[in-house]
Write a protein that binds this ligand. Sequence first.
Ligand code: TYM
Length: 329
Amino acid sequence: MQTVLSGIRSTGNLHLGNYYGALRNFIKMQDQYNCYFFVADYHSLTTHPDPKMLHENVKNVLTEYLAAGLDPEKSTLYVQSDIPEISELYLLLNMHAYMGELAKTPSFKEKARKQPENVNAGLLTYPVLQAADILIHRADFVPVGKDQEQHIELTRKFGRRFNNFYGVEFFPEPQAFNFGTNLIKIPGLDGSGKMGKSEGNCIYLKDDPKTIEKKVKRALTDQGPTEHNQEKPECIENLFTILRVVSTPEVVGYFEEKWNTCEIRYGDLKKQLAEDIIAVTSPIRERILAIENDNDYLHKVAKLGAEKARESASKTLNAVREIMGFKAF
Ligand code: TYM
């Protein structure tokens, strides 16, 4: 059976971008594949989070994984920092990752621009840690959103380089995965870019219906179309992009038609959009509220996940150590 792996950074609550870019696919894949899904808490350290919030954020992601439908019996659900083998593989892979290539990674450049006062080495080697996450279970598929494509490409490069350097066929080449279609990007409600925690333009799975209505109502729009079949400006295209993932084709068709004939009323579009988002998030939110304080359950899930993940991870790490020439006395 082929292996699937993916993770989400623990920097807060999960939003619609995380859900449609990644989490929904995790849920769909767990019946057909050998799945590993984890909470990327080490990756959250590059921004120096408040230690008081660290565990809370890990707990949020684990809770929301479960609430959205990940099944700890079917998949291996774990916390990255519970698996020391990942850190060791990261160290080993770092010896074959080069300053130049890491420094020119677009995600590094972007983060360095955003936090010029804290361009730490963890930020530079972020893709190596991500490669270690993926290669430690020798994953074949990695369900992710569009923004992670380059990291998966780098993982393939590091895996290939390891294989070539040591003359082995050990690491498979993992592919970014979205059920045969293009990886997606969910835009924010502020008219540009992607929905993201640091952009402050998110709808969270945990938002209550009133909050969602308010956020959608406030989304940026323009004056409206003046010519039939006019191209949509980015802020309107963004609302349609979200509508396409949460609504039925009929609803999307209806509003497309209204746009094309210049009869669209943004108030109606937003009302429908909010309603359809609420229909998706409400059942998840209810389950979040039901399990977020069940520490025994969360503890059990994390413990079981760590056991299963370490079993697989230690097999890979032992093989890597042997390939590289480590021997016990
Ligand atoms: P992170 O935590 O930023 O995002 C988690 C997942 O959500 C997707 N995503 C989006 N997809 C579509 N539209 C959006 N607006 C949007 N925002 C986020 C991301 O593409 C991602 O799939 N480095 C990773 C975490 C990670 C990882 C890994 C992922 C660490 N190790 C190994 C896969 C495999 C990250 O920061 O994702």
